[in-house]
Design a protein around this ligand. Structure first.
Ligand code: UD1
Length: 421
Protein backbone atom coordinates (compact mmCIF):
# COMPACT_ATOMS: atom_id res chain seq x y z
CA UNK A 1 0.00 0.00 0.00
CA UNK A 2 1.22 3.53 -0.78
CA UNK A 3 2.81 5.64 1.95
CA UNK A 4 3.75 9.28 2.17
CA UNK A 5 7.16 10.21 3.47
CA UNK A 6 7.56 13.76 4.73
CA UNK A 7 10.75 15.36 5.91
CA UNK A 8 9.62 18.14 8.23
CA UNK A 9 10.97 21.66 8.51
CA UNK A 10 10.49 23.21 5.07
CA UNK A 11 8.88 26.64 4.73
CA UNK A 12 6.17 26.72 2.07
CA UNK A 13 6.40 29.52 -0.48
CA UNK A 14 4.85 30.24 -3.84
CA UNK A 15 1.55 29.88 -5.63
CA UNK A 16 -0.89 27.01 -5.74
CA UNK A 17 -3.92 26.53 -7.99
CA UNK A 18 -6.90 25.23 -6.06
CA UNK A 19 -8.92 22.47 -7.76
CA UNK A 20 -12.67 22.11 -8.24
CA UNK A 21 -14.60 21.05 -5.16
CA UNK A 22 -15.10 17.33 -4.64
CA UNK A 23 -18.24 17.99 -2.61
CA UNK A 24 -19.75 20.14 -5.35
CA UNK A 25 -18.70 17.85 -8.20
CA UNK A 26 -20.26 14.73 -6.61
CA UNK A 27 -23.89 15.99 -6.48
CA UNK A 28 -23.48 17.78 -9.82
CA UNK A 29 -22.35 14.55 -11.53
CA UNK A 30 -25.47 12.88 -10.12
CA UNK A 31 -27.62 15.78 -11.36
CA UNK A 32 -26.85 14.59 -14.90
CA UNK A 33 -29.37 11.80 -14.24
CA UNK A 34 -32.20 14.36 -14.23
CA UNK A 35 -32.08 15.13 -17.98
CA UNK A 36 -32.21 12.91 -21.11
CA UNK A 37 -29.44 15.02 -22.51
CA UNK A 38 -25.74 15.89 -22.09
CA UNK A 39 -24.32 17.78 -19.13
CA UNK A 40 -20.88 19.25 -19.77
CA UNK A 41 -18.78 20.04 -16.73
CA UNK A 42 -15.42 21.70 -16.27
CA UNK A 43 -13.10 22.14 -13.28
CA UNK A 44 -13.89 18.57 -12.14
CA UNK A 45 -11.03 17.35 -9.91
CA UNK A 46 -9.29 14.01 -10.61
CA UNK A 47 -10.02 12.12 -7.41
CA UNK A 48 -10.93 8.63 -6.30
CA UNK A 49 -14.44 9.69 -5.21
CA UNK A 50 -15.08 11.22 -8.63
CA UNK A 51 -13.94 7.99 -10.31
CA UNK A 52 -16.25 6.00 -8.02
CA UNK A 53 -19.18 8.25 -8.97
CA UNK A 54 -18.32 7.85 -12.66
CA UNK A 55 -18.40 4.07 -12.20
CA UNK A 56 -21.75 4.22 -10.44
CA UNK A 57 -23.24 6.45 -13.15
CA UNK A 58 -21.82 4.17 -15.85
CA UNK A 59 -23.50 1.21 -14.11
CA UNK A 60 -26.80 3.12 -14.23
CA UNK A 61 -26.28 3.70 -17.96
CA UNK A 62 -24.83 7.20 -18.21
CA UNK A 63 -22.17 7.66 -20.90
CA UNK A 64 -19.33 9.43 -19.13
CA UNK A 65 -16.32 10.89 -20.91
CA UNK A 66 -13.43 12.69 -19.31
CA UNK A 67 -10.80 14.94 -20.92
CA UNK A 68 -8.58 16.67 -18.37
CA UNK A 69 -10.79 18.62 -16.00
CA UNK A 70 -13.80 18.29 -18.34
CA UNK A 71 -16.44 15.62 -17.96
CA UNK A 72 -19.43 15.11 -20.20
CA UNK A 73 -22.36 12.96 -19.09
CA UNK A 74 -25.05 11.69 -21.41
CA UNK A 75 -28.00 10.28 -19.45
CA UNK A 76 -30.31 9.66 -22.42
CA UNK A 77 -30.13 5.83 -22.23
CA UNK A 78 -30.57 4.69 -18.64
CA UNK A 79 -30.49 0.93 -18.00
CA UNK A 80 -30.45 0.36 -14.25
CA UNK A 81 -32.21 2.29 -11.50
CA UNK A 82 -30.00 1.12 -8.66
CA UNK A 83 -26.86 1.84 -6.66
CA UNK A 84 -25.36 -1.48 -5.49
CA UNK A 85 -23.87 -1.99 -2.02
CA UNK A 86 -20.42 -2.68 -3.48
CA UNK A 87 -20.29 0.89 -4.76
CA UNK A 88 -22.14 2.71 -1.99
CA UNK A 89 -20.02 1.18 0.76
CA UNK A 90 -16.87 2.77 -0.67
CA UNK A 91 -18.49 6.19 -0.93
CA UNK A 92 -21.47 7.42 1.07
CA UNK A 93 -22.17 10.25 -1.38
CA UNK A 94 -23.58 7.55 -3.74
CA UNK A 95 -26.86 8.22 -1.91
CA UNK A 96 -27.05 11.31 -4.15
CA UNK A 97 -28.43 9.23 -7.04
CA UNK A 98 -31.59 8.48 -5.04
CA UNK A 99 -33.36 11.81 -5.55
CA UNK A 100 -32.58 12.20 -9.27
CA UNK A 101 -33.46 8.58 -10.20
CA UNK A 102 -36.75 8.71 -8.31
CA UNK A 103 -37.70 12.11 -9.73
CA UNK A 104 -37.07 11.18 -13.37
CA UNK A 105 -37.93 7.46 -13.45
CA UNK A 106 -40.37 7.02 -10.55
CA UNK A 107 -38.25 4.26 -9.06
CA UNK A 108 -34.89 3.76 -7.37
CA UNK A 109 -33.06 1.14 -5.35
CA UNK A 110 -30.07 2.43 -3.41
CA UNK A 111 -28.03 0.58 -0.82
CA UNK A 112 -27.99 2.03 2.69
CA UNK A 113 -24.52 3.49 3.23
CA UNK A 114 -23.87 2.06 6.70
CA UNK A 115 -21.40 3.55 9.18
CA UNK A 116 -18.11 5.23 8.47
CA UNK A 117 -14.97 6.21 10.33
CA UNK A 118 -16.39 9.48 11.63
CA UNK A 119 -19.70 8.28 13.04
CA UNK A 120 -23.01 6.59 12.31
CA UNK A 121 -24.19 9.12 9.68
CA UNK A 122 -27.80 8.09 9.02
CA UNK A 123 -29.75 9.11 5.89
CA UNK A 124 -33.16 9.26 7.55
CA UNK A 125 -33.75 12.89 6.53
CA UNK A 126 -33.18 12.08 2.85
CA UNK A 127 -35.83 9.37 3.18
CA UNK A 128 -38.33 11.40 5.21
CA UNK A 129 -38.04 14.33 2.81
CA UNK A 130 -38.81 12.11 -0.19
CA UNK A 131 -41.72 10.59 1.73
CA UNK A 132 -43.04 14.11 2.39
CA UNK A 133 -43.01 14.51 -1.40
CA UNK A 134 -45.25 11.45 -1.70
CA UNK A 135 -42.69 8.71 -2.37
CA UNK A 136 -43.34 5.21 -1.02
CA UNK A 137 -40.17 3.98 0.61
CA UNK A 138 -39.28 0.69 2.24
CA UNK A 139 -36.01 -0.73 3.47
CA UNK A 140 -35.41 -4.31 2.35
CA UNK A 141 -32.23 -6.37 2.63
CA UNK A 142 -30.13 -3.27 3.25
CA UNK A 143 -31.57 -1.35 0.31
CA UNK A 144 -33.77 1.73 0.15
CA UNK A 145 -36.59 0.95 -2.29
CA UNK A 146 -38.37 4.10 -3.42
CA UNK A 147 -41.29 4.47 -5.80
CA UNK A 148 -43.73 7.08 -7.10
CA UNK A 149 -45.77 4.61 -9.20
CA UNK A 150 -48.89 5.33 -7.13
CA UNK A 151 -48.75 9.11 -7.71
CA UNK A 152 -50.40 10.97 -10.62
CA UNK A 153 -48.11 10.67 -13.67
CA UNK A 154 -45.72 8.90 -11.29
CA UNK A 155 -44.31 12.27 -10.30
CA UNK A 156 -43.22 13.35 -6.86
CA UNK A 157 -45.39 16.16 -5.53
CA UNK A 158 -44.12 19.44 -4.14
CA UNK A 159 -44.10 19.70 -0.35
CA UNK A 160 -42.99 21.92 2.49
CA UNK A 161 -40.33 20.03 4.44
CA UNK A 162 -38.41 21.08 7.53
CA UNK A 163 -35.13 19.25 8.14
CA UNK A 164 -34.58 19.03 11.87
CA UNK A 165 -30.81 18.83 11.35
CA UNK A 166 -28.87 20.75 8.75
CA UNK A 167 -27.74 18.15 6.21
CA UNK A 168 -25.67 18.96 3.14
CA UNK A 169 -26.27 15.91 0.97
CA UNK A 170 -29.83 15.65 2.32
CA UNK A 171 -30.57 19.18 1.08
CA UNK A 172 -28.93 18.34 -2.26
CA UNK A 173 -30.85 15.10 -2.74
CA UNK A 174 -34.20 16.74 -1.99
CA UNK A 175 -33.44 19.80 -4.08
CA UNK A 176 -32.61 17.59 -7.09
CA UNK A 177 -35.73 15.48 -6.56
CA UNK A 178 -37.94 18.56 -6.31
CA UNK A 179 -36.81 19.98 -9.67
CA UNK A 180 -39.09 17.50 -11.50
CA UNK A 181 -41.89 17.31 -8.91
CA UNK A 182 -45.45 18.38 -9.46
CA UNK A 183 -45.79 21.75 -7.71
CA UNK A 184 -43.66 23.77 -5.33
CA UNK A 185 -41.26 22.37 -2.74
CA UNK A 186 -40.03 24.47 0.16
CA UNK A 187 -37.00 23.10 2.03
CA UNK A 188 -36.65 24.68 5.45
CA UNK A 189 -33.53 24.64 7.61
CA UNK A 190 -31.65 23.84 4.41
CA UNK A 191 -27.84 23.62 4.28
CA UNK A 192 -26.23 26.90 3.12
CA UNK A 193 -22.88 25.46 2.03
CA UNK A 194 -21.38 26.91 -1.18
CA UNK A 195 -21.56 23.41 -2.72
CA UNK A 196 -25.37 23.48 -2.35
CA UNK A 197 -25.38 26.85 -4.16
CA UNK A 198 -23.14 25.49 -6.91
CA UNK A 199 -25.47 22.52 -7.43
CA UNK A 200 -28.46 24.89 -7.54
CA UNK A 201 -26.70 27.02 -10.17
CA UNK A 202 -26.03 23.94 -12.29
CA UNK A 203 -29.65 22.79 -11.95
CA UNK A 204 -30.87 26.27 -12.92
CA UNK A 205 -28.70 26.08 -16.08
CA UNK A 206 -30.45 22.76 -16.78
CA UNK A 207 -33.83 24.51 -16.65
CA UNK A 208 -34.77 24.09 -12.98
CA UNK A 209 -36.66 26.82 -11.13
CA UNK A 210 -34.87 27.29 -7.79
CA UNK A 211 -34.58 30.27 -5.50
CA UNK A 212 -33.05 30.78 -2.06
CA UNK A 213 -30.03 28.44 -2.38
CA UNK A 214 -27.43 29.74 0.07
CA UNK A 215 -30.14 30.68 2.59
CA UNK A 216 -31.94 28.31 4.93
CA UNK A 217 -35.14 28.28 2.88
CA UNK A 218 -34.91 26.93 -0.67
CA UNK A 219 -37.93 27.09 -2.96
CA UNK A 220 -38.11 24.76 -5.95
CA UNK A 221 -40.92 24.96 -8.50
CA UNK A 222 -41.13 21.67 -10.33
CA UNK A 223 -40.79 21.73 -14.13
CA UNK A 224 -41.79 19.07 -16.68
CA UNK A 225 -38.23 18.27 -17.79
CA UNK A 226 -34.64 19.43 -17.51
CA UNK A 227 -32.18 19.73 -20.39
CA UNK A 228 -28.43 19.61 -21.00
CA UNK A 229 -26.17 22.44 -19.87
CA UNK A 230 -22.59 23.53 -19.26
CA UNK A 231 -21.26 24.23 -15.80
CA UNK A 232 -17.91 24.94 -14.17
CA UNK A 233 -17.53 23.45 -10.67
CA UNK A 234 -16.79 25.87 -7.82
CA UNK A 235 -13.32 25.73 -6.18
CA UNK A 236 -12.64 23.41 -3.25
CA UNK A 237 -12.76 25.57 -0.12
CA UNK A 238 -11.51 22.70 2.05
CA UNK A 239 -8.50 22.05 -0.15
CA UNK A 240 -7.90 25.82 -0.08
CA UNK A 241 -8.22 25.93 3.70
CA UNK A 242 -5.77 23.06 4.06
CA UNK A 243 -3.07 24.90 2.03
CA UNK A 244 -3.76 28.06 4.03
CA UNK A 245 -3.07 26.22 7.27
CA UNK A 246 0.05 24.64 5.72
CA UNK A 247 1.36 28.11 4.85
CA UNK A 248 0.64 29.46 8.32
CA UNK A 249 2.11 26.47 10.17
CA UNK A 250 5.37 26.48 8.23
CA UNK A 251 5.83 30.26 8.67
CA UNK A 252 5.51 30.45 4.90
CA UNK A 253 4.09 32.75 2.25
CA UNK A 254 1.62 31.08 -0.11
CA UNK A 255 -0.84 32.56 -2.59
CA UNK A 256 -3.88 30.48 -3.55
CA UNK A 257 -5.24 30.95 -7.08
CA UNK A 258 -8.79 30.35 -8.29
CA UNK A 259 -10.52 30.99 -4.97
CA UNK A 260 -13.17 33.29 -3.51
CA UNK A 261 -12.38 34.50 -0.02
CA UNK A 262 -16.02 35.03 0.98
CA UNK A 263 -16.55 31.25 1.07
CA UNK A 264 -13.80 30.93 3.67
CA UNK A 265 -14.70 33.69 6.12
CA UNK A 266 -14.68 31.55 9.28
CA UNK A 267 -11.36 29.91 8.36
CA UNK A 268 -9.70 33.22 7.47
CA UNK A 269 -10.92 34.77 10.71
CA UNK A 270 -9.37 31.95 12.75
CA UNK A 271 -6.06 32.11 10.87
CA UNK A 272 -5.86 35.84 11.58
CA UNK A 273 -6.68 35.19 15.23
CA UNK A 274 -3.78 32.71 15.28
CA UNK A 275 -1.48 35.48 14.06
CA UNK A 276 -1.22 34.77 10.33
CA UNK A 277 -1.54 37.59 7.81
CA UNK A 278 -4.25 36.89 5.24
CA UNK A 279 -4.72 39.18 2.22
CA UNK A 280 -7.47 38.59 -0.31
CA UNK A 281 -8.16 39.81 -3.84
CA UNK A 282 -11.04 38.78 -6.09
CA UNK A 283 -9.48 35.43 -7.03
CA UNK A 284 -6.54 34.97 -4.69
CA UNK A 285 -5.82 34.52 -1.00
CA UNK A 286 -2.29 35.08 0.31
CA UNK A 287 -1.34 33.63 3.69
CA UNK A 288 1.87 34.63 5.45
CA UNK A 289 3.16 34.08 8.93
CA UNK A 290 6.30 34.48 10.98
CA UNK A 291 7.27 32.89 14.25
CA UNK A 292 4.98 30.81 16.38
CA UNK A 293 1.19 30.93 15.96
CA UNK A 294 -1.25 31.39 18.84
CA UNK A 295 -3.62 28.58 19.83
CA UNK A 296 -7.21 29.23 18.65
CA UNK A 297 -10.48 27.74 19.89
CA UNK A 298 -12.59 26.05 17.22
CA UNK A 299 -16.25 25.08 17.23
CA UNK A 300 -17.58 23.35 14.13
CA UNK A 301 -21.09 24.09 12.87
CA UNK A 302 -22.94 24.29 9.53
CA UNK A 303 -21.90 26.98 7.02
CA UNK A 304 -21.14 29.88 7.38
CA UNK A 305 -19.66 28.81 10.74
CA UNK A 306 -16.39 26.91 11.00
CA UNK A 307 -16.48 23.76 8.78
CA UNK A 308 -16.11 20.31 10.33
CA UNK A 309 -13.98 19.39 7.30
CA UNK A 310 -11.32 21.86 8.57
CA UNK A 311 -11.38 20.75 12.21
CA UNK A 312 -8.57 18.20 11.96
CA UNK A 313 -6.26 20.62 10.11
CA UNK A 314 -6.73 23.30 12.78
CA UNK A 315 -6.13 20.68 15.43
CA UNK A 316 -2.74 20.01 13.80
CA UNK A 317 -2.03 23.74 13.80
CA UNK A 318 -2.91 24.02 17.49
CA UNK A 319 -0.59 21.16 18.49
CA UNK A 320 2.44 23.41 17.84
CA UNK A 321 0.90 26.80 18.68
CA UNK A 322 1.51 28.89 21.76
CA UNK A 323 -1.12 28.27 24.44
CA UNK A 324 -4.11 25.99 24.93
CA UNK A 325 -7.00 25.55 22.50
CA UNK A 326 -10.43 24.01 22.85
CA UNK A 327 -11.63 22.21 19.73
CA UNK A 328 -15.33 21.33 19.78
CA UNK A 329 -16.89 19.10 17.14
CA UNK A 330 -20.68 19.50 16.90
CA UNK A 331 -21.44 17.84 13.55
CA UNK A 332 -20.03 14.32 13.79
CA UNK A 333 -19.91 12.16 16.91
CA UNK A 334 -16.59 10.45 16.32
CA UNK A 335 -14.39 12.85 14.44
CA UNK A 336 -11.30 12.78 16.65
CA UNK A 337 -9.64 9.71 15.12
CA UNK A 338 -6.61 11.84 14.24
CA UNK A 339 -5.94 12.66 17.90
CA UNK A 340 -4.25 9.35 18.71
CA UNK A 341 -2.05 9.67 15.65
CA UNK A 342 -1.09 13.26 16.54
CA UNK A 343 -0.19 11.98 20.00
CA UNK A 344 2.25 9.55 18.36
CA UNK A 345 4.00 12.65 17.00
CA UNK A 346 4.23 14.11 20.50
CA UNK A 347 1.09 16.29 20.55
CA UNK A 348 -0.55 16.97 23.93
CA UNK A 349 -4.30 16.48 23.52
CA UNK A 350 -7.02 15.37 25.92
CA UNK A 351 -10.50 14.43 24.73
CA UNK A 352 -13.59 15.01 26.80
CA UNK A 353 -16.75 14.09 24.93
CA UNK A 354 -16.97 16.22 21.80
CA UNK A 355 -14.20 18.56 22.94
CA UNK A 356 -10.46 18.20 22.60
CA UNK A 357 -8.11 20.28 24.70
CA UNK A 358 -4.88 20.89 22.81
CA UNK A 359 -1.82 22.15 24.67
CA UNK A 360 0.69 23.51 22.22
CA UNK A 361 4.19 22.00 22.31
CA UNK A 362 7.31 23.66 20.87
CA UNK A 363 7.75 20.93 18.26
CA UNK A 364 6.50 17.53 17.07
CA UNK A 365 8.66 14.45 16.45
CA UNK A 366 8.39 12.58 13.18
CA UNK A 367 6.96 9.04 13.45
CA UNK A 368 4.93 6.51 11.51
CA UNK A 369 1.21 7.27 11.64
CA UNK A 370 -1.91 5.95 9.98
CA UNK A 371 -4.56 7.89 8.09
CA UNK A 372 -8.12 7.03 9.14
CA UNK A 373 -10.30 9.31 7.04
CA UNK A 374 -9.88 12.03 4.48
CA UNK A 375 -9.46 15.13 6.64
CA UNK A 376 -7.61 13.23 9.37
CA UNK A 377 -5.06 12.35 6.68
CA UNK A 378 -4.69 16.01 5.73
CA UNK A 379 -4.08 16.85 9.37
CA UNK A 380 -1.28 14.29 9.58
CA UNK A 381 0.35 15.72 6.46
CA UNK A 382 0.29 19.17 8.07
CA UNK A 383 1.78 17.80 11.27
CA UNK A 384 4.45 15.98 9.24
CA UNK A 385 5.41 19.24 7.51
CA UNK A 386 6.48 20.77 10.82
CA UNK A 387 7.62 17.68 12.74
CA UNK A 388 11.33 17.13 13.31
CA UNK A 389 12.71 14.37 11.12
CA UNK A 390 10.67 12.02 8.98
CA UNK A 391 6.95 11.31 9.24
CA UNK A 392 5.57 8.30 7.39
CA UNK A 393 1.83 8.30 6.73
CA UNK A 394 0.23 4.95 5.97
CA UNK A 395 -3.15 4.22 4.34
CA UNK A 396 -3.04 7.35 2.25
CA UNK A 397 -5.76 6.11 -0.10
CA UNK A 398 -8.01 8.32 2.02
CA UNK A 399 -6.07 11.37 0.79
CA UNK A 400 -6.53 10.31 -2.83
CA UNK A 401 -10.29 10.52 -2.30
CA UNK A 402 -10.15 14.26 -1.76
CA UNK A 403 -6.86 16.03 -2.57
CA UNK A 404 -5.86 16.39 -6.21
CA UNK A 405 -2.10 16.07 -6.79
CA UNK A 406 -1.28 16.68 -3.15
CA UNK A 407 2.42 15.72 -3.28
CA UNK A 408 2.96 17.64 -6.52
CA UNK A 409 1.33 20.79 -5.17
CA UNK A 410 3.13 20.63 -1.83
CA UNK A 411 6.49 19.85 -3.49
CA UNK A 412 6.09 22.83 -5.80
CA UNK A 413 5.70 24.97 -2.67
CA UNK A 414 8.95 23.60 -1.28
CA UNK A 415 7.77 20.72 0.93
CA UNK A 416 9.92 17.63 1.17
CA UNK A 417 7.29 14.97 0.47
CA UNK A 418 7.25 11.82 -1.60
CA UNK A 419 5.08 8.77 -2.18
CA UNK A 420 6.42 5.27 -1.70
CA UNK A 421 4.65 2.60 -3.71
C1 UD1 B 1 -21.29 16.55 3.77
C2 UD1 B 1 -19.91 16.54 3.18
C3 UD1 B 1 -18.88 16.24 4.25
C4 UD1 B 1 -19.03 17.21 5.42
C5 UD1 B 1 -20.47 17.24 5.90
C6 UD1 B 1 -20.73 18.28 6.96
C7 UD1 B 1 -20.35 15.79 0.92
C8 UD1 B 1 -20.20 14.72 -0.09
N1 UD1 B 1 -19.87 15.53 2.13
O1 UD1 B 1 -21.55 15.23 4.26
O2 UD1 B 1 -17.57 16.39 3.67
O3 UD1 B 1 -18.20 16.79 6.48
O4 UD1 B 1 -21.36 17.50 4.81
O5 UD1 B 1 -20.41 19.54 6.49
O6 UD1 B 1 -20.81 16.88 0.63
N2 UD1 B 1 -27.67 13.46 9.55
C9 UD1 B 1 -28.74 12.76 10.03
N3 UD1 B 1 -29.67 12.29 9.14
C10 UD1 B 1 -29.57 12.50 7.81
C11 UD1 B 1 -28.47 13.22 7.31
C12 UD1 B 1 -27.53 13.70 8.21
O7 UD1 B 1 -28.86 12.53 11.23
O8 UD1 B 1 -30.44 12.05 7.06
C13 UD1 B 1 -26.63 13.99 10.49
C14 UD1 B 1 -25.25 13.39 10.24
O9 UD1 B 1 -25.09 12.16 10.90
C15 UD1 B 1 -24.36 14.48 10.79
C16 UD1 B 1 -25.12 15.77 10.43
O10 UD1 B 1 -26.47 15.36 10.22
O11 UD1 B 1 -24.25 14.37 12.18
C17 UD1 B 1 -24.62 16.50 9.22
O12 UD1 B 1 -24.42 15.57 8.17
P1 UD1 B 1 -24.54 15.96 6.63
O13 UD1 B 1 -24.52 17.42 6.45
O14 UD1 B 1 -25.69 15.20 6.05
O15 UD1 B 1 -23.20 15.36 6.06
P2 UD1 B 1 -23.03 14.79 4.61
O16 UD1 B 1 -23.98 15.47 3.68
O17 UD1 B 1 -23.02 13.30 4.64
Amino acid sequence: MDKLLIQGGATLRGEVKISGAKNAALPILCAALLAPDTLQLSNVPQLKDIATTKQLLAHIGVLVERHGDRVSLDASHIQHLDAPYEMVKTMRASILVLGPLLARFGEAKVSLPGGCAIGSRPVDLHIKGLQAMGAEISIEHGYILASTKHLPHQRLRGARYYMDLVTVTGTENLMMAATLADGVTILENAAKEPEVVDLANCLISMGADISGAGTDVITIRGVAALHGAQHSVVFDRIEAGTYMVAAAMTAGDVTLQGVQANMLDAVIEKLREAGAQVDCTEQTIRVRSQGRLQAVNIRTAPHPAFPTDMQAQFMAMNTVAEGVAKVTETIFENRFMHVQELQRLGAKIEIDGNTALVRGVPSLDGATVMATDLRASACLVLAGLVAQGQTTIERIYHLDRGYEMLEEKLSALGANIKRNH
